[in-house]
Design a protein around this ligand. Sequence first.
Ligand code: DBV
Length: 257
Amino acid sequence: MSSFRSSSTDPVCLAGWAWQPFLDDAVEALKPLSVEPYPVPDRFLQREDQSGSKANPFTVTTATWACKTEKYRQVRAACVNAGRAASVLNFVINPSSRFDLPFFGGDLVTLPSGHLLALDLQPADKDDPDHTQPVWDRLMPIFERWRQELPDGGPIPEEAQPFFSPAFLWTRLPLGEEGDQIIESVVRPAFNDYLKLYFELSAEAEAVPAERQQHLLAGQQRYTAYRAEKDPARGMLTRFHGSEWTEAYIHSVLFDL
Ligand code: DBV
């Protein structure tokens, strides 16, 4: 186990990592805000292990970038670079419950079978129109614009429905030149459009009364518990880094509310 990065806000630079431009876009977009470090224990900042078989060994590195701001309890990126075996950027903005804001969620995953790409502004309480409508009214046109250019990713589990918005952008793309082209010309601008709207909503948000904060916090806790329990990366991270590290990472860093 070795650690290379000394602070959660140091730049992540993983050699040959395909999602670097997306993380760079997000970090750049955060710069105008007054950003503070979000403490991440040393053993989760950057973890490197050998994986694969004796005949086909490869190195896997998982790095965490994180910060907080006045309106965001935690902004964090989980970055996995395992060469051809896997390349992942999972990026989540967790708003403070003092503000009536959704979560920003991005899951950009490359596996030997292809790319899995998910983007959404996810509600803390899908049944509360005061929480959802102002977001969806502005997000739906952005969703409609980009989804036309992407194949549908297929069904998602019924139990996951409460945690997604109707603007859940979800696609699967093939590896190779065609997929790479769509990632650059569609997925990256879509990511930046979702991010831009999220920052606009955040800039407009004002602190809500204490009872409203309690309501939002309860919804955020349900969302976070669901994501931790159902994390689709659990199997992969366990293979790469072992189960003790993975469970601690999921519960104390990735989904820590
Ligand atoms: N997903 C995470 C974290 C990851 C991660 C923290 C650290 O929440 C990666 C990494 N997602 C990841 C991996 C896979 C997926 C799949 C490695 C592939 C798992 C596999 O096939 O072995 C969106 N991500 C998925 C799937 C969905 C999402 C629907 C398919 C699940 C399946 O087929 O079982 N993740 C989900 C989502 C958001 C998100 C909606 C937020 C926008 O982050």
